[in-house]
Design a protein around this ligand. Structure first.
Ligand code: 0RA
Length: 647
């Protein structure tokens, strides 16, 4: 393209016209910069660009109908009944307005500053870009009672603006052939165009948009016109999902920062369907307007529920996700100078719009809820259900995550494992306290006996929910050591030991800890009890020594018998008799612990059985409660669930 004023064909071009040519040349050199791509997407964008101009005319209140036609040759015509592009000669540029619009980048906005025009992103680059990327373009204007015509090739005019004679009404017709040298794809997709045009019709209440496809085999015409605007859009988007309330919530608000239009309706589904638009452009990435909407929704719905006593508990509240579950919502704002940001330039940056939307939604939604108490109640109930489901789901997720972590295979650091790996031969002692654990580690037969010390107090979790129980380090160590997993994931085949021996102090605290452990096994590893893998160690209560001779008593009556025997009936006061009461396992040295409690040849183990799962369940359930008495009763009756084994 020649740019030199000395070029004979260009000699009458002024500086402005050289600028025009440079501009159009830039568009053809880097079309992607202006329309995003030269593939099908960019191709369709040409149509949107032309239609946008007609829509601008409609938004300004001067246009009622836009007709789009795809011709046989894959060229497109867009006709509107707006005011028509001005044709009078511009005083400075000395060219007709329509010619400036067709050749000067971003010329559109220069005509009319008072309307909402799109800018930024790929929109609003102007019809001149379409012109530059078309091998042929003709524009016709009905205005001033006359019919005007002008044509171009690759953005360069091939005819001066011509007056073709008298005409009725006003409007603009643009017919263009996308340049095959620019586009890798030159075939239009009817569905693609239809869905954008339908969207535009919903967004511009009452505007009629038609699309006709004249290509062979595809001849089809569709017409979109929605008197209900966004409200109808919401009904359309909701589709077959049953609604929670009959009427679509709808309002418009005029604010200095933005014109706001919102429509929404809840359905019985679980997904959120929110679409936001700025000046008819879909803002996929959201932005200020969406932020304002979300804040207002959460606040207004919570306020309403609280004011109308629809929460059961005083501290109950609904999260943003709760109040958006099953919501179909379209928010459309019109902003004078929109700032489009984000990866795809579909995020509204204008921060002042946030507050405008938030205030408007707070106000109008509160009024709507007050005026529609039945619908409001249904909406709150739906949100409360969402809240409960979300809570349950979160617990299940946490549980699953924790279970995964427990199956990780890294054995707890406190576990002193045995060397044999055949589970049918091995046993694990779960020992109360680190000091007893130390003695047990020293006294054990390390070939088949593993020791896991646990801190008793931390196990005080009988009334906690499973998520809390599983957050307990001691419990986690135990699950990992046993290797079976818990609950639905429990697998007895993975048990790393076939004897799990609870070894606690022979006092009330010890009994308590034993109860807690049994509760845990019953709830989380019931099959372990059913398989008979759970045992209770029986450490002695007394050591009765006479000289070098030492005997152990496991009960009061046993102690009495021993004392009688060693003193020939004289009783405890007899000299030379040393009676020690064990207050804890820790008081025994490793040898004593081995001899009395751990050596399979000398120990007594009680096997935990379940007379019936139902009965055990009821006992454990009572133990889960706040009352102390049933818990104490259980501890006393514990022996009912165990029977002597090794004797
Ligand atoms: C600028 C000013 C006026 C109309 C338009 C542009 C206009 C542009 C297009 C593009 C396609 N269809 C269009 N319709 C109108 C109005 C000038 C006036 O009458 O005051």
């Amino acid at each position: 393209m020649a740019e030199q004023p000395s070029d004979p064909n260009m000699s009458d071009y002024n500086a402005g016209q050289i600028q025009v040519l440079k501009g159009l040349e830039a568009v053809r050199k880097r079309p992607g910069m202006y329309i995003g791509s030269t593939s099908a997407r960019g191709l369709h964008h040409l149509v949107y660009e032309v239609v946008d101009n007609s829509i601008d005319e409609a938004m300004a209140g001067h246009c009622t109908q836009v007709d789009v036609t795809i011709h046989e040759d894959n060229s497109v015509t867009v006709v509107d009944d707006g005011r028509g592009i001005p044709v009078d000669v511009h005083p400075v540029e000395k060219l007709p307005g329509v010619e400036l619009a067709m050749t000067v980048l971003h010329a559109g906005g220069k005509f009319d500053k008072s309307s909402y025009k799109v800018s930024g992103g790929l929109h609003g680059v102007g019809v001149s870009v379409v012109n530059a990327l078309s091998s042929f373009l003709e524009v016709e204007v009905h205005r001033n009672g006359r019919h005007y015509h002008q044509s171009y090739e690759k953005g360069i005019k091939t005819k001066e603006l011509e007056d073709l004679g008298p005409a009725e009404g006003t409007g603009t017709r643009v017919h263009f052939v996308p340049d095959g040298e620019i586009f890798t794809e030159t075939v239009f997709n009817l569905d693609t165009l239809s869905s954008r045009l339908r969207e535009l019709a919903f967004l511009n209440r009452g505007l009629k948009i038609t699309i006709r496809d004249e290509r062979p085999d595809e001849t089809e015409e569709e017409s979109f016109r929605y008197e209900g605007g966004l409200a109808e859009y919401v009904t359309y988007l909701r589709g077959a999902r049953p609604s929670v309330h009959d009427d679509v919530i709808y309002f418009e608000a005029d604010r200095p920062e933005a014109e706001i239009e919102l429509a929404m309706q809840y359905d019985t589904g679980f997904s959120e369907n929110t679409h936001t638009f700025v000046n008819n452009i879909s803002t996929h990435e959201g932005g200020a307007h969406l932020t304002g909407l979300k804040a207002a929704l959460t606040r207004t719905i919570n306020d309403y529920a609280r004011r109308n006593k629809l929460f059961k508990k005083s501290d109950e509240s609904l999260s943003g996700d709760d109040v958006r579950e099953g919501l179909t919502c379209v928010l459309s704002v019109r902003v004078m100078e929109p700032q489009f940001e984000g990866q795809t330039k579909t995020k509204l940056g204008n921060s002042e719009v946030r507050g405008a939307v938030e205030t408007a939604v707070n106000e109008h939604l509160a009024i709507w809820l007050d005026e529609n108490p039945k619908a409001a109640k249904a909406i709150i109930e739906k949100s409360l259900q969402a809240a409960r489901a979300r809570d349950a789901a979160r617990r299940a997720r946490d549980l699953a995550r924790k279970k995964n972590a427990l199956e990780g295979g890294v054995l707890p650091g406190k576990l002193a494992d045995c060397s044999l790996s055949d589970a049918s031969l091995t046993e694990i002692y779960i020992v109360e306290g680190d000091s007893a654990g130390g003695s047990a580690k020293q006294g054990r037969d390390r070939s088949f006996q593993a020791i896991l010390p646990i801190k008793g107090k931390i196990l005080n979790v009988e009334r906690a929910r499973i998520d809390k129980i599983l957050a307990n380090v001691e419990i986690r160590a135990m699950i990992t050591a046993l290797g079976t997993g818990i609950r639905e994931d429990f697998d007895i085949e993975k048990a790393r030991y076939h004897k799990v021996i609870i070894m606690t102090d022979a006092d009330v605290d010890g009994a308590h800890i034993r109860t807690l452990l049994l509760t845990f096994f019953f709830r989380q590893m019931r099959e372990l009890i059913e398989a008979g893998y759970i045992y209770i160690a029986q450490p002695p209560l007394y050591r009765v020594a006479k000289g070098k001779q030492e005997t152990y008593a496991f009960s009061e009556s046993e102690r009495e018998q021993i004392v009688k025997r060693l003193t020939n009936g004289k009783g405890e006061e007899a000299r030379g008799l040393n009676i020690q009461r064990y207050k804890g396992l820790g008081e025994m040295n490793p040898d004593q612990l081995w001899n009395t409690t751990m050596d399979p040849d000398g120990r007594t183990l009680l096997q935990v059985t379940m007379e019936s799962a139902a009965e055990a369940d009821s006992i454990f359930s009572r133990l889960m409660g706040d009352e102390v008495e049933p818990r104490r009763a259980f501890i006393e009756k514990n022996a009912r669930y165990v029977r002597n084994l090794d004797i």
